[in-house]
Design a protein around this ligand. Sequence first.
Ligand SMILES: Cc1cc2nc3c(=O)[nH]c(=O)nc-3n(C[C@H](O)[C@H](O)[C@H](O)COP(=O)(O)O)c2cc1C
Length: 167
Amino acid sequence: MSNRPDEATGTGPTGEELRKALATFPTGIAVVTTFLGAEPIGATANAVTGLSLDPPLILACLDRRSRTLNAIEASGRFGVNGLAAEHESLARSFSDPESRETRWKGLDWEESHGSPRLKQVPLWVGCSLHDLVEGGDHLIAIGAVEEIEGRDADPLIYHGGDYHGLR
Ligand SMILES: Cc1cc2nc3c(=O)[nH]c(=O)nc-3n(C[C@H](O)[C@H](O)[C@H](O)COP(=O)(O)O)c2cc1C
């Protein structure tokens, strides 16, 4: 296999090279949410996908330094809010470390299956934490799906380092 990191020599692609390469691969965008006590917590994430149908499992890869990940470890629950094209400002505020204290201000949300659900977004998946798996500087949070609600919408796409609509 080419481009395989060689641990012995330290050669092979860097994390930055991987980040740049993956920027050519379009993804959807979600806000992953949970509670820290009574406080709603959440972060923008594109490393979110379905994992298993039987049983129904999804996964979110979260940075070990993420406050949201730490809260998920404590609460044992999380939700995935899939964003529509019109929700670019949500994606930006939930990824800006400077806006941690203000992210939830003025947002329409409710508690659903033990996690905060953003009411305006087209996809909601509520989960209990099934497993946390090591993944380098991230952990893979695997959720056992307990609730799904979705409607058709123009999805928010992340590609080439920027946000796009599909339609
Ligand atoms: C487009 C985009 C996608 C992101 N995807 C992820 C992701 O999948 N996992 C992750 O841990 N952080 C991801 N981030 C970074 C987090 O959103 C960011 O670090 C956030 O401030 C974390 O908030 P928290 O520490 O309050 O949890 C992404 C950021 C952007 C702009």
